[in-house]
Design a protein around this ligand. Structure first.
Ligand code: 13P
Ligand code: 13P
Ligand code: MG
Ligand code: MG
Ligand code: MG
Ligand code: MG
Length: 380
């Protein structure tokens, strides 16, 4: 059995929240090289999307391993130190706790992990996103594993035809539910269509009994109790041989669908699939970006990556995202560009509401008058 873990954190942005500094990447790469040499990891690759560093690692310790999580924590401490030295923005942004205790749950970094028996050929796509939240994977996961207009295999491939089990988390109440698709499709959409709260955590093939997809499902603002940046998410999807083909896994990203998390974590904006070298959100700290790194895993080694969105067939999605960004930006501070109040209530809204609390009065007449008041002209 091999475990694939992607553990990620924002430990400082260069410049603002747009990218990771090369010196931080070097520090993380050196740590991963040492961990491979010291046989903690079978293999490792360091990548970034926007200001978030991802450690893509294979090892034999299973999910939630103290050894692996503390290695990631220490690595993020190292990159934080580099960020501090260079005065980078938000150094240590996602490290919410001072001391590591057992595993990373509730500590700030995000992680997607899965233990599995490596198949003779094991193609995996690792997705990294910035300026959005874990629920951003709901729409593509639905399309990949439940929509035959996206994935031909749901009709053609007998193993996919049997359907998939979606494990969905309620991030507000910390509980989970399984949806058996296609039977439960409509029930499931009721929930995962609200991605700020309900998040697909994993997807399992019914025919193979194998987990095919895993996501990071933390929610920083709920952990920290105030706004500390959206938890820019990661996920990976295993492909082929009874699971969706690579092209079916990438296909949902040909549409620049709208996600929450741009500018101050408080705006909806279209997600833009980009090659790694373009994953540096700048305009209005956006549009949100997604990178797809393809690997073949062989004896635990990460053969790759291939930069899957470095492909002109995603040019239209990028153009569409730019056009949608123009459209949404013109709303300024209005919904639906700005997130709905329920979401801001977990962030910046309460302080403002408190400050003006005693200025509210019952609705009984006009508060502002410009001259002598009469009833003339009133229609009710
Ligand atoms: P090739 O014929 O290039 O191997 O492609 C097979 C396939 O089914 C791709 O979806
Ligand atoms: P990050 O979550 O990527 O740090 O972005 C924060 C933000 O608010 C950018 O406007
Ligand atoms: Mg940041
Ligand atoms: Mg980020
Ligand atoms: Mg964010
Ligand atoms: Mg072929």
């Amino acid at each position: 059995m091999i475990t694939l873990s992607i553990i990620k954190a924002d430990t400082g942005g260069f410049v603002g929240h747009s990218a990771v500094h090369p010196d931080m990447m070097d520090g993380a790469r050196r740590a991963v090289q040492r961990a491979v040499a010291g046989e903690l990891l079978v293999d490792g690759h360091v990548a970034a999307c926007g200001d978030d560093i991802s450690l893509i690692m294979t090892h034999t310790y299973g999910p939630d391993s103290q050894l692996i999580h503390s290695f990631a924590w220490d690595t993020f401490k190292t990159t934080t130190a580099v960020a501090r030295e260079l005065g980078l923005y938000g150094a240590g942004q996602d490290l919410l706790s001072d001391a590591f205790s057992g595993n990373l749950r509730g500590m700030g970094p995000g992680y997607a992990e899965l233990e599995f028996e490596e198949r003779p050929s094991e193609p995996v796509i690792c997705f990294l996103a910035d300026k959005t939240e874990p629920g951003a994977w709901n729409l593509p996961l639905y399309k990949i594993f439940a929509d035959p207009f996206n994935s031909a295999g749901l009709v053609i491939d007998t193993k996919m035809h049997a359907g998939f089990l979606f494990e969905v988390y309620d991030l507000y109440e910390e509980k989970a539910v399984l949806f058996d698709c296609p039977t439960d499709l409509y029930d499931m959409l009721m929930f995962i269509g609200a991605p700020a709260r309900y998040v697909v955590h994993s997807v399992r093939s019914k025919a193979l009994g194998e987990v095919a997809a895993a996501t990071s499902t933390q929610r920083l603002s709920l952990i920290a109790g105030k706004y500390v940046g959206k938890d820019d998410p990661v996920m990976f999807v295993r492909c082929q041989s009874g699971l969706p083909a690579v092209g079916e896994v990438l296909e949902p990203f040909s549409f620049g669908y709208t996600v929450g998390g741009a500018m101050r974590g408080s705006h909806h904006a279209p997600i833009m699939p980009v090659p790694a070298e373009d994953a540096h959100p700048a305009r209005f700290d956006g549009p949100p970006r997604v990178v797809a790194l393809g690997f073949q895993i062989k004896d635990g080694k990460l053969i790759g990556p291939r930069d899957m969105f470095a492909d002109p067939s995603f040019d239209e999605a990028r153009r569409q995202a730019n056009r949608a960004m123009d459209y949404l930006r013109r709303h300024g501070p209005f919904e639906p560009h700005r997130l709905p109040l329920e979401d801001l209530e977990y962030t910046t809204m309460p302080a403002i509401a408190d400050r003006i609390a005693d200025r509210w009065t019952p609705i009984s007449g006009p508060l502002v008058t410009t001259g002598p008041q009469t009833d003339a002209g009133r229609t009710r």
